[in-house]
Ligand binder design. Structure first.
Ligand SMILES: [Zn+2]
Length: 354
């Protein structure tokens, strides 16, 4: 995988803690365009062809990843946490997690689990919640934990272990949801910056997606797009015997035709399918139970034509996840072709087809 993606997944950034991811994005966007815009919550976009009289096209990943937030320390020195985003307790049991201080120094720990020797005879059928977990950083008392640097409100992120699978085609890492979309924004800017675009392009990343698409709302107010393309990781069920609309690694980008908060714009769906076929780009249909920034942005102003170019990803919202090289290429190619094709005529064609 390109180094920018590896750099991005290794950075910590729970919702509202996107500062370091954002600094990285800014540094990289600057390589492709001098024009950068930011909203007050932290979303950031590189702008190309701003003076165009064509449609305003916005593309975004989101910088945040699911993570914990420190809410207290027990007298024994264990750290209490709440989840920022959807995190199941059983998934995070016995995991290496790191508390990050503001200057990015690390306090490593492990989520505490009772060994079977201690829980023998106990009966507890209630599902474990993330809030029930305690992080053991090796502190001997509350005071000791404080001396080691623990403070209420800090972010807690899974320790990362980026690896390429033995067949060389898949990448395992935390935070593919959604540093993938952040890296893609950078690649899009790089790919089209020397093209004669017939639209204006705002490519970048939002904040606080995992806690309810909050950054999307303010970013839409900043950009005021006609068209919005979200690029986001969507969970695949293929390793659990999923069906044909639950995502399969390696089968191409996802046409998210339905999620509970956004039904894909008819004209846009039609356009994307035709473009994918014209350029021989692999795609698959996907029905989602979750939502992406597209759900929020479609409702901005008098409406925005949105689509999510979904990236198949196994095991997201856990300490690690897996994506496929060929899906990455499909997402990238589709985005580039779409942006190159948008102009007043194609926009009108999409908009009127509803
Ligand atoms: Zn996401």
């Amino acid at each position: 995988m390109k180094q920018t993606y590896i750099d991005l997944v290794n950075l910590p950034g729970a919702p509202s803690f996107e500062k370091h991811v954002k600094a990285y994005m800014k540094k990289e966007i600057q390589k492709h365009t001098p024009k950068i815009i930011e909203d007050k919550l932290g979303s950031i976009f590189g702008v190309l062809n701003e003076q165009s009289d064509g449609p305003r096209v916005m593309m975004a990943g989101h910088m945040d990843e699911v993570g914990g937030m420190v809410t207290g320390i027990t007298k024994e020195g264990l750290v209490k946490m709440i989840p920022l985003g959807g995190m199941k307790g059983d998934v995070y049991l016995s995991q290496h997690m790191i508390i990050y201080t503001d200057d990015l120094s690390e306090i490593p720990g492990v989520t505490a689990s009772k060994p079977p020797h201690l829980s023998r005879g106990e009966k507890n059928d209630a599902p474990l919640k993330f809030d029930d977990l305690l992080l053991d950083i090796g502190a001997d008392s509350k005071e000791h934990a404080e001396e080691l640097g623990v403070k209420i409100g800090q972010q807690v992120i899974s320790k990362n272990d980026y690896v390429v699978t033995k067949d060389g085609k898949k990448y395992i890492s935390k935070a593919w949801d959604n540093r993938f979309g952040c890296g893609m924004a950078l690649e899009l800017l790089e790919a089209v910056k020397d093209e004669k675009l017939e639209c204006s392009l705002y490519a970048g990343a939002t904040v606080q997606e995992e806690v309810g698409l909050r950054g999307a709302a303010t970013a839409a107010g900043l950009v005021k797009p006609d068209i919005f393309l979200a690029v986001d990781g969507s969970p695949c069920a293929d390793s659990f015997g999923g069906d044909e609309i639950s995502g399969k690694l390696g089968e191409g980008f996802l046409v998210r035709f339905y999620d509970p908060n956004a039904i894909m714009h008819r004209g846009m769906k039609d356009y994307i399918e035709k473009m994918a076929e014209k350029h021989n780009i692999k795609y698959q249909y996907y029905q989602s139970k979750g939502g992406t920034d597209a759900a929020r942005i479609q409702l901005a102003d008098d409406g925005v034509i949105v689509a999510t170019i979904g990236m198949p990803a196994r095991y997201i919202h856990s300490n690690t996840s897996m994506i496929h090289e060929e899906d990455y290429q499909a997402v990238k190619q589709m985005l580039i072709e779409l942006v190159k094709s948008f102009n007043n005529e194609t926009y009108e064609q999409i908009r009127s087809n509803v």
